[in-house]
Design a protein around this ligand. Structure first.
Ligand code: ADP
Length: 551
């Protein structure tokens, strides 16, 4: 099958969180299965620099659907040449910006009836001009056989900062335009209108590419057949919400300003384009697929998701088992494996020194890595801190995000030198070392679509301790509730339950024989992409087999 996978980030070209890992792991697994996968994402400076060759520059032509792309220049150099001030803009752990998550449970203000349609203003999205300027840089995802197309539009993407936000964390003010164009170009490519290639499947991901099915619908006016569309929700909290006047700035069909389409209580929600028009919707775990159909987790979209429940599938993420393998991981102080786990202790010593902790083998080390946002429950760790420290534990924490949470963590480290180690920033190598060096991995998330860190920690012999929601509920089985348990689950998402669960876990940790059994179960399980990639292929085949229908 010819699959166009469109995403705002993909490791190692640019990554802020799980989507980057999934984009890499899933496209590699699809390519390994013999499918013709093309990954389309913006040409951020970091992506240009890291793209592997041979590199080609393709033109998009002068208008949507009119001119076929032609290879312009090519080079065998391993890096795309950068025009302008290319400098690494690797994310700093920012939350995917644009359409910020509303505080959980806070319903958007409903507008009275249908909000007035903002008058479409011609030309603000500057379609023909932009198409003239835009190019595609073709290359390969490093270390893989996956073909990459970078959407080269320096005015939109050549910036120092994260994919979604400035270096100081403010969402880029033109995110609506940046990702409108990613979606629009994706649809044009998938429909075979601008390059010499046409997709069977367009697989869009999160709000940044959620308008692609809207444009494909447009193309189908002139074509009997159009590529089938799959949309994956990696985190429903980010819906790409913008004020109504943005609708007028974008060249979108006027009929899309409708509560049945893009309008969301008087505002514009990019994600609704895909939720209403994709052939199939997936999310990254079966439990999250059920949760988002309820008001508590649905962010105002649970009704829409319930109406599409027969097209909504939960497919758990896999792990890239090459990058995340304690036996070969180059970031570690010492490698180890399930049959030979002894060297894990060396990693504990090493991360303790690295993050400023006293090195005490009698004291269990609790690890945390993640975006510092309310979702991840870092405030619960801070709330439970007195009890955690009283039980003898030390903490190694890596993250960045919300300034208040960053400050609170740094204060905790200052108040407890040698016992709380905090590293603010984004550090891929240190993330691997915390996974390897910790005894227990903490994930008290309030909601978690899938979660990858708990899967990494299982592989690294670091039993996870989680609030069992979303993908955490699907992957972590409490040792006290299951004979084959691999970790620990809290009774509720609050500081008291977290502290009580850590104390319970430590009673197992004191008994090293029991502990090693729990570690071994996690380390020997299969978390590879194999099963999940097969599930996506099945889904692609099923939607291809159903006849085309206008939605
Ligand atoms: P989310 O997608 O909500 O951020 P996931 O658990 O699905 O959460 O994926 C997070 C990914 O991002 C993991 O690979 C994790 O190691 C990585 N990560 C998050 N924050 C950091 C950080 N500060 N430094 C390094 N890696 C990080």
């Amino acid at each position: 099958m010819k699959i166009l996978f469109v995403t705002a980030e993909a490791w190692p070209l640019a990554k802020t969180g799980g989507l980057g890992d999934v984009a890499y792991g899933l496209t590699c697994a699809l390519a390994d299965r013999g499918h013709d996968v093309r990954l389309l994402m913006p040409a951020y400076p970091s992506a240009r620099e890291r793209l592997e060759g041979p590199i080609k520059y393709l033109s998009l032509g002068s208008g949507a659907g009119s001119v076929k792309g032609q290879a312009q220049t090519s080079s065998t150099k391993g890096q795309a040449q950068s025009e302008g001030q290319a400098q690494i803009s690797q994310s700093e752990g920012q939350a995917p910006g644009g359409g910020q998550a509303q505080p959980k449970g806070q319903a958007p203000t409903p507008s009275k009836g249908q909000a007035q349609s903002p008058a479409p203003s011609k030309g603000q999205a500057q379609s023909s001009n932009r198409y003239h300027k835009q190019k595609i840089i073709e290359g390969r995802l490093p270390g893989s056989e996956v073909s990459v197309w970078l959407l080269d539009d320096p005015e939109l993407f050549e910036r120092v900062g994260s994919p979604y936000a400035t270096a100081s964390g403010e969402p880029w003010p033109d995110n609506h335009l940046r990702f409108y164009w990613l979606s629009r170009v994706a649809a044009a490519i998938a429909a075979g209108e601008v390059l010499d290639w046409q997709a069977d499947i367009l697989h869009a991901n999160d709000w940044q590419s959620a308008l692609a099915p809207v444009f494909l619908q447009d193309y189908s006016e002139s074509h009997q057949e159009r590529p089938r569309t799959v949309f994956s929700i990696h985190n429903l909290a980010y819906r790409g919400i913008f004020s109504a006047d943005v609708f007028a700035q974008l060249e979108l069909p006027a009929a899309m300003w409708n509560p049945e389409r893009l309008e969301f209580y008087g505002e514009l929600a990019f994600i609704k384009g895909a939720l209403t028009l994709s052939d199939a919707i997936t999310t990254v775990s079966p439990t999250y697929a059920r949760e988002i159909q309820t008001p508590a987790f649905g962010w105002g979209l649970d009704g829409l998701l319930r109406s599409r429940s027969s097209d909504l599938h939960g497919i758990i993420n896999g792990v890239d088992t090459t990058t995340w393998d304690p036996a070969t991981d180059p970031h570690l102080a010492a490698n180890y494996s399930a049959p030979d786990p002894q060297a894990k202790a060396k990693n504990r010593q090493a991360i303790a020194v690295e993050i400023g902790l006293d090195d005490d083998p009698q004291s269990p080390l609790l690890g945390f890595i993640g975006r510092l946002v309310e979702q991840k429950g870092i405030d619960l760790i801070l709330g439970a801190l007195p009890r955690l420290l009283a039980s003898g534990a030390r903490l190694a924490i890596l993250g960045s995000g919300d300034n208040t949470l960053e400050r609170a963590l740094l204060q905790a480290a200052q108040a407890h030198p040698g016992r709380v180690g905090v590293s603010i920033g984004y550090d891929e190598g240190q993330a691997h070392r915390i996974e390897a060096g910790s005894d227990i991995f903490l994930m008290p998330s309030r909601f978690e679509p899938c979660g990858l860190n708990q899967l990494y920690s299982l592989r690294y012999g670091t039993p996870p301790l989680v609030n069992p929601t979303g993908g955490l509920a699907d992957t972590v089985l409490d040792v006290d509730a299951h004979a084959g348990g691999n970790g620990f689950c809290t009774a509720a998402a609050d500081a008291g339950s977290l502290a009580a669960t850590v104390e319970r876990a430590l009673s197992y940790w004191q008994d090293q024989e029991a502990w090693q059994k729990i570690q071994a179960r996690g380390m020997s399980a299969d978390y590879s992409w194999d099963r999940s990639a097969d599930a996506y292929v099945d889904l692609y085949e099923r939607i291809r087999a159903t006849g085309w229908q206008r939605r």
